[in-house]
Ligand binder design. Structure first.
Ligand code: BGC
Length: 412
């Protein structure tokens, strides 16, 4: 049986600057990757050299049948020192977005995807109240240079991930935030203080959250005042949070802190970006591990594609916004598991749409096998494999499979 998606449904794939571009040397993560006893399995290095190879990569995704590409512009390249805006970097991204437009790919642009300039993170990152104005200023400048070409703008990618990580540390280890040992060496190298160094994925998420919520608001205003007329929204990391008997109260409390306060704060936005990878279950005493016989992905997550339908419904209900699935995918060496996962996830998207939920599109994470943050290059999220020595791209069966669904706008 063939099930069709709505006519204007947007099909795409996603990446993020630091994970694919290579050589992001003015960023906080680059510095963290290069110190002894790094928290990262390996450095990002040249990544997928997407900074230079974007024309071929755009042509590749177009050829596969996708109509949209979500990627991020890198703050550390655009504003490598506070107040210095690189015309060359902005021109680069302008050429890239223009190239997408030229081949009729809809550009979905994120202005922050985890990484930041060293100067920002050295001065407290998002835990510092000044971060709100700093981000808005950057959005205003980047928006003025690029905004007329952007089709969808995402201010901050997964603005709730710092608090999700902090809350899970509290739940699993009963341990609040403290800077890892190697922050002393990082601070020494950049002339800062270990207690102020606050990178996105490794900071006190409770302290960062008020600024992240405010920065999204002010970032939206800055982008709109810079002339953007396209939809502007945030993206959030959402889990299907399920309660076993007796776990309801803990689940509800965690959900409000990790997701609810964000979803409620974006009411009235043009859209909300939903990014989902798995579920989490709560019992009366807290988190429950995945069932014994559950399949696990390369990230150790439970293989649970049905989570997407649940988070789409939750995001729509709690935010009142139209939903764009801005990320969904699986770390898997065996590509047939990617197809199985995505098929079930898409069935969930169709079920939500069938019940009247306004879902605008599905953007798969990721176009390319890329730098999976602290895990390095081991987890394979790509529809397209990348040879790390030659940078050659090789589409996997899942790329042709999902590209055909995109072309047909239907699931067989
Ligand atoms: C992030 C991506 C990441 C993906 C897979 C999301 O949390 O936005 O950068 O690679 O999940 O783990």
């Amino acid at each position: 049986m063939t099930k069709r998606f709505p006519d204007s449904f947007l099909w795409g794939t996603a990446t993020a600057a630091h994970q694919v571009e290579g050589g992001n040397t003015a960023s906080d993560f680059w510095l963290m990757e290069s110190v002894p006893e790094s928290l990262f399995a390996e450095p990002s290095g040249d990544a997928c050299d997407h900074y230079h190879r974007y024309p071929q990569d755009l042509a590749l995704l177009k050829g596969l049948g996708f109509a949209a590409y979500r990627f991020s512009v890198e703050w550390a390249r655009i504003e490598p020192e506070e107040g210095f805006f690189s015309r060359a970097a902005l021109d680069h991204y302008r050429r890239m977005i223009a190239e997408a437009r030229a081949i009729e790919i809809v550009p979905i642009v994120s202005f922050h995807h985890f990484t930041a300039p060293v100067w920002f993170t050295r001065d407290g990152g998002w835990t510092e109240p000044k971060s709100v104005d700093r981000f808005a200023h950057y959005c205003e400048r980047a928006g003025r240079a690029l905004g007329d070409l952007v089709a969808y703008a995402c201010t901050i990618n997964e603005a709730n991930i710092p608090i999700m990580i902090s809350a899970s540390r509290m739940a699993n280890e009963q341990r609040p935030w403290s800077p890892p040992k190697n922050f002393t060496e990082i601070a020494r190298r950049c002339g800062g203080d270990a207690n102020r160094w606050a990178p996105y994925l490794v900071c006190d998420g409770y302290a960062a959250t008020p600024q992240l919520i405010a920065a999204h608001r002010k970032g939206c205003e800055a982008l709109k005042s810079a002339g953007l007329t396209c939809p502007v929204g945030i993206t959030l990391a959402l889990l299907d949070m399920q309660a076993e008997e007796g776990g309801e109260a803990l689940r509800d409390a965690a959900q409000q802190v990790i997701e609810g306060q964000f979803l409620e704060s974006v009411r009235g936005d043009d859209f909300v970006g939903v990014q989902t990878y798995t579920r989490i279950r709560f019992g009366p005493k807290g988190h429950l591990p995945p069932p014994m016989d559950a399949e696990r992905t390369q990230m150790g997550y439970e293989f649970y594609p049905e989570a997407l339908e649940a988070t789409i419904r939750k995001a729509a209900r709690m935010s009142g916004c139209p939903v764009l699935v801005t990320e969904n995918g699986i770390g898997a060496e065996d590509d047939s598991r990617r197809i199985a996962f995505t098929r079930r996830a898409l069935e969930g998207v169709l079920a939500a749409i069938g019940d009247g939920v306004d879902v605008r599109g599905y953007i798969h994470w990721s176009l390319l096998d890329n730098f999976e943050w602290l895990e390095g290059y081991r987890p394979k999220f790509g529809l397209v494999a990348v040879d790390r020595a030659t940078q050659a791209r090789r589409p996997k069966p899942s790329a042709y499979w999902l590209g055909d669904i995109a072309k047909n706008n239907a699931l067989e």
